[in-house]
Design a protein around this ligand. Sequence first.
Ligand SMILES: Cc1cc2nc3c(=O)[nH]c(=O)nc-3n(C[C@H](O)[C@H](O)[C@H](O)COP(=O)(O)OP(=O)(O)OC[C@H]3O[C@@H](n4cnc5c(N)ncnc54)[C@H](O)[C@@H]3O)c2cc1C
Length: 320
Amino acid sequence: MNPKVYDTIIIGGGPAGCAAAVYTARKKLRTLLLTEDFAGQSISAAAIENWIGDRLISGIDLAKKLENHVRAYPEIDIITSAPVVAVSEASACFFDVVAKGGEIFRTRSIIAAAGARRRRLGVPGEAELEGRGVAFCSTCDAPFFQDSNVAVVGSGNAALETVIDLLPFAKDIYLLLRGDNLKGDAVTRDRATSSPRVTLITNVVVEAILGEKSVTGLSYRDIGNRELRELSVDGVFVEIGSVPNSEFLRDLVATNESGEITVDHKTAETSKPGIFAAGDVTSDPFKQNNIAAGDGIRAALSAYNHVLNIKKHSPCAESL
Ligand SMILES: Cc1cc2nc3c(=O)[nH]c(=O)nc-3n(C[C@H](O)[C@H](O)[C@H](O)COP(=O)(O)OP(=O)(O)OC[C@H]3O[C@@H](n4cnc5c(N)ncnc54)[C@H](O)[C@@H]3O)c2cc1C
């Protein structure tokens, strides 16, 4: 029996994938949404203050709203807990999408909206002490650091928001960064650094996280004088950016040196006709929820045009 053929398969259930799904459903494309979860990275944010239409919303509530909106269209097939592991070209007209577990889905177009995951330091102690002082989600873990001294590694918004989340709990907070400038936006920067309990340690590289049963400190090297120093802390939050979830497509589409999928910003088209990409998995420099949603819509409309176009042309109209 031939497998069910979709017009489009959307990979990812964050703002980009959900926005794309609503639009492809309304265009009557036969849509399958394959995702690990309905969430998106900002699920760990306690307060999102720039999602247009909501003055303030938690990451969890935003994720619920996105999921409810997608599920309001019963014509969208949805499979969760189904990470995509590979994509291949089945013919000139179709792609095969392979989910973990081996199930294969055939489609005329793909919208890659798989976002990104946290980058790791890759130093000794990080993996060994994860969950025992090494943390990656301040909304989840800040309350565990009541009256503790904590280091936060990073210089962007995520690092600054981590400091803000820790302020009600931790005693002293050390913010360690490679350069000498914080990168986050001005409001967040001010909020994070105005407390006398926050100390900036600039131009350093973390070399190891120390501790046996739990974190007791970290060692870092001064980039200027190469001196190695130790800092005594009970926790280390790693907030050094993200890695795009593009591995399953890297053989098929062009990516930049960071592994982000390069797209035509007018159409969301990748280097492979029929494959579109949206949100944080792309080379767009601005990683934001609203931008991801807009990207998802652009990709959906382009996928719609692509599908209409190829359906007109034999053999793509009929062949499998
Ligand atoms: C702590 C934190 C706070 C943030 N706060 C804000 C904020 O206040 N405002 C703002 O605008 N932005 C914020 N951001 C950035 C924002 O979260 C991202 O820009 C946005 O989530 C990108 O959306 P996306 O849909 O592209 O990807 P993601 O949100 O990363 O979603 C990707 C989706 O794809 C799924 N997925 C991943 N790999 C696969 C696979 N192989 N197969 C199938 N599914 C897969 C994931 O499960 C997820 O559902 C924050 C980010 C972080 C980390």
